[in-house]
Design a protein around this ligand. Sequence first.
Ligand code: SF4
Ligand code: SF4
Length: 501
Amino acid sequence: MAINYIYPEYEVVRNEKRCIGCKVCVRQCANGVHSYDEENQCLMADDAKCVNCHRCVCLCPTKALKIVKTDHTFKQNAHWTGETINEVYRQADTGGVLLSSMGNPKPYPIYWDKMLINASQVTNPSIDPLREPMETKVFLGKKPTTIERDENGEIKNNLPPQIELSVPIMFSAMSYGSISYNAHESLARAATELGILYNTGEGGLHEDFYQYGPNTIVQVASGRFGVHKDYLEAGAAIEIKMGQGAKPGIGGHLPGTKIVGDISKTRMIPEGSDAISPAPHHDIYSIEDLRQLVYSLKEASNYTKPVIVKIAAVHNVAAIASGVARSGADIIAIDGFKGGTGAAPTRIRDNVGIPIELALASVDARLREEGIRNEVSIVVGGSIRNSADIVKAIALGADAVYIATSALLALGCHLCRSCHGGKCNWGIATQVPELVKRLNPEIGYKRLVNLVSAWEHEIKEMMGGMGINSIEALKGNRLMLRGIGLTEKELEILGIQHAGE
Ligand code: SF4
Ligand code: SF4
């Protein structure tokens, strides 16, 4: 028998004094960690299968369970860490590419935490958001450079199609297939109630969700799954996905085991066949080609919807964004290297791309220098954790942000980063009917509404503290930020001064 070199990463600790033998853990763990030994009449745990998702911990009625990281170690070695050694063992076992889910967990700098927000004192007094109006509404899309009047001198509405958001937050692309029907329903209903938008991702739009069209962004990715005329007409905006922060430069792969029932119908591919999105769009090799797709989609939707082009934050992102702005896109979405995913090769996720904070600052600066900043709106995502990150992103130049991981956390995700296994115990990243049922969309959508509403309050408080009463006045206002613990080069790229200056 082959030796198993890998010691379990987690240990399931059961407090025997508290355990009442109800077997909830056995029923709740889709990974089959817990079992009941009839012969010895006791509960057992197969630690090796545990992904540390906390489902059993949260549902145990007597709080008898906890999951701890094993203290089993290799001989100390700063270069060859236990994680690195285990990865080599795993690849030597399987000969395969390592797969991971959610965002890059490596300890790269978090620039959001190295920027501090200003507040008014004495002059330019602060504003009390509870007593005075605060404008958090934003419009995304190309802005006209001139005011035109008709023959009667009335101002002509020459505004190209816009996305209107009550707060500068949207739910980022997550496909039906990578997440469940109930997760999609929660996002769609929350976006509708909040007056913001959610994004179909590349999996098409389930017919039940056409009713949420005014709050939907429909995505066109390289695989073109589920793309047809009604789909393009269903949403409030169309997004072309050129890249994704978690896996820049490579395509997507949803295994055939997840292409079942409605997912196969919505994607318009046979049941059981792998859904493989190629790395490039096979019809796009230049900005001119991208322009053709942008205008084909505008034509197909009768020039009534803004077109978003989503790119990953990579080296030279400013030059790439400049090209995208010239392609006719109305909005550029930039996805940072900490952005989430349902599945990505681990090496790509952890090593490719750049932080969104640096990408945003350089794109905003470049578009301003070139005098084309008003040609496009900028939306950033891929690491937004709270309302302060949003305020900082807007002060750095974003018009709005995309959130996804934080939205999934609101739905109950515990960031076990096992989505690619398809057995999400929280009913989010799974298509197994018994697991999907665990996420109640009625509760899920209310939790999303609560999260975004709480952030909206906090954004207003921070704006009020700065003496600013609208998102528009905060946008690109880098004087409101100061850096802490940053090098001269980092400060230069972020376009901010150091704290104390
Ligand atoms: S995988 Fe989740 S539900 Fe199963 S034992 Fe581990 S923490 Fe509990
Ligand atoms: S969505 Fe589910 S599987 Fe994915 S990280 Fe969250 S809890 Fe884990």
